[in-house]
Design a protein around this ligand. Sequence first.
Ligand SMILES: Nc1nc2c(c(=O)[nH]1)N[C@H]1C(S)=C(S)[C@@H](COP(=O)(O)OP(=O)(O)OC[C@H]3O[C@@H](n4cnc5c(=O)[nH]c(N)nc54)[C@H](O)[C@@H]3O)O[C@H]1N2
Ligand SMILES: Nc1nc2c(c(=O)[nH]1)N[C@H]1C(S)=C(S)[C@@H](COP(=O)(O)OP(=O)(O)OC[C@H]3O[C@@H](n4cnc5c(=O)[nH]c(N)nc54)[C@H](O)[C@@H]3O)O[C@H]1N2
Ligand SMILES: [Mo]
Length: 689
Amino acid sequence: MALWKRSVCTKDCPDTCGLLVRVEDGRITVVKGDPDHPITRGFICRKAKYFPEHVHHAERIITPLKRTGPKGSGQFSPISWDAALDEIAGRMTAVVDRYGPQAILPYYYAGHMGMIHRHAGHALFHCLGASRMIPTICGPAASAGFEASLGRGPSTAISASVNSDFIVVWGSNTLTTNLHAWPFFQQARKKGARLTVIDPYRTETARRADVHLMIRPGTDAALALAVMNVLIAEGLIDHDFIEKRTVGFDPFSRRAAEYPPERAADICGIDAEAIRSLALGYGRANAPYIRTGWGPARQLGGAMAMRTIALLPALVGAFTRPGAGITRSLGGAPANLTFLTRPDLCPAATRKVNMVHLGRALTELDGPPIKYLHVYLSNPAAVAPQSQMVMTGLAREDLFVSVQEMFMTDTARMADIILPGASFFEVKDLYRAYGHNCIQLAEPVIPPVGESRSTLAIFQALARRMGFADDVFSMTEDQCVERLFQDPSPYMAGVDLDRLRHGRAACLNIPDSPFADRFNTPSGKVEFFSRQWAEMGLDPLPDGRPMTDPDAGERFPLAFITPPHRLFLNSAFNEIDALRQAAGPPTVLIHPDTAAARTITDEQTVRVFNDRGDCHLTARVTDDTRPGLLVAEGIHWPMHHEGGRGANQLTGQRLTDAGQTCAFHASRVEVAPVCNDCLNIMKNHQPEY
Ligand SMILES: Nc1nc2c(c(=O)[nH]1)N[C@H]1C(S)=C(S)[C@@H](COP(=O)(O)OP(=O)(O)OC[C@H]3O[C@@H](n4cnc5c(=O)[nH]c(N)nc54)[C@H](O)[C@@H]3O)O[C@H]1N2
Ligand SMILES: Nc1nc2c(c(=O)[nH]1)N[C@H]1C(S)=C(S)[C@@H](COP(=O)(O)OP(=O)(O)OC[C@H]3O[C@@H](n4cnc5c(=O)[nH]c(N)nc54)[C@H](O)[C@@H]3O)O[C@H]1N2
Ligand SMILES: [Mo]
């Protein structure tokens, strides 16, 4: 019998789309958009249409597996759940006895964004006293910068931009990574709004903008300062707002005076006239609106960049007018999760390991060294920086690795034990979007495929095996959801729980312009001058001097960025042949001048390299990128690269100025053509780690 059921896409994307799922004989056969969703309104990206194949893929891992060949050989045999859990519990216990609990490290991220399942491992690792992983791979630099200027909390709803007359998309590839924002921008444009995109290369979004500023990566603070310099010089600022609702304007204006457009033009690689024109457009608009992406924050000075951009609306008082404002990741937790994460169970002074430093943690950390790694909801062999170090670590004979997975990823291949994880269609969970202010509760639409189990079920079974009896290890999904509803945050006020229980998205109680009354900074005002940053040893004022990678030196003159691909979601969807074929081989965009200087021709295989590693990509010679800037879109599974090494071979573990995030878009590299003979040799020799 065929049924349509409501669900929600839980991949790590701002849009968190409402879905309708057709289920026939226990199998998902069609997935389409739910027209009743208030924001995503019935259309979905091309990737999501492949969910039936994703869930019922012939190569999905559906039983626990144990390694039977050398590490990384890909040789595994099915074993029972009991045998797998016994082995994991036994190994963990042995490591605790010999090296102490901190020799165990969990590694997870947001492969599936469910509030319950994503946080289901914390309590067990706290009980064990394992090292704590700090989840910094994505957003904290952007948050830290934004919060220094505007304070913690929600930002302007993207849907508010329909009333804007001047939209700036600052370092976001909206059409690729936040598709459902686009109709709001287009609606505003139909009424006459102008769209400016600030991005180092010509993305699909930039191509469709009125103006594209092809900024040199890592120089956004200088651009924002120059825009503010012009606004002040031209008298386009809101004195009343500045006086009543900001602090530190005087020292700030002296700093901005140091950045006339000509200086920023040199730093940013953009015409001074284009900067002036952006400032005049922004300053004269009735309702200027900025959508910031994560791009400017994935730089060594990423928090400073975001902090500086976030000050723009304050200068022109653009927080209260309908349509005006600024959007970052839309925060605001709907409920208290500590009943599940149980920070009270974590021993004081437990060692913290920043997830950006996984490579180092597995190869250099001591006192104690990491002897056991458990990976879930993440694919670090593909997504973590400096892959060579990560792979060297994963290959250690004296490290036991267990991985929860749906597919034989590069990470799973390095495991000693693999546990089959249930897909999000097979579990119950609550989901909070980060590109709009809705939440949605999803029931399983099918039972777990094969012998797969949910993250919650796996950790509970392990906890019981290890003798931990706390109530949290016996709560069902239903009980967890009810607990969430019993301890709601103020954002849940007025939310219709019945609507949620019927699987429909509900909007949180968050105004479109949450900055109207107060800024959650220490002063309660916008902080042009941040005492907190001064105390942290950072410049209390915006600083436009770019930070470049001190490891790079002159041997690596080219900038290298790795922004998202339209047909993948981080490393997810690489298992879908049709999407991989549509994406083509992993590619690098190279400007014609850069290519000519290295005798590189279009479609040639090139080797991109630095001191951290190398990676083979297919060259696309195009003026869609700047001279001196290489762009490799998307995280292809390393195994799909010629040579087996992915783009994260080239990225580093150096952290951003604040927020301790990975500066994924700050790498410096060189590139050279690869000869055909070398390629043939390479095809026969996959790397050995
Ligand atoms: N070079 C470079 N590297 C990057 C980035 C970049 O821009 N450039 N971006 C970074 C960013 S922003 C992020 S957030 C990280 C993302 O890093 P990850 O969170 O590791 O990436 P994903 O590919 O989203 O997660 C994929 C994994 O999630 C799990 N998963 C997915 N769906 C399900 C499910 O339904 N059920 C179960 N049980 N498991 C599931 C699987 O383990 C899968 O392999 O990558 C970072 N890495
Ligand atoms: N299709 C698809 N959608 C996704 C993802 C995906 O992999 N694929 N990933 C998801 C995740 S986890 C996240 S966090 C979001 C990220 O979504 P985005 O914010 O859109 O992605 P970013 O990698 O942060 O880069 C955004 C843009 O910033 C540009 N950029 C890079 N460096 C700089 C700089 O220094 N200054 C400026 N102004 N721009 C710069 C890049 O070229 C890119 O076009 O997308 C989510 N959505
Ligand atoms: Mo992310």
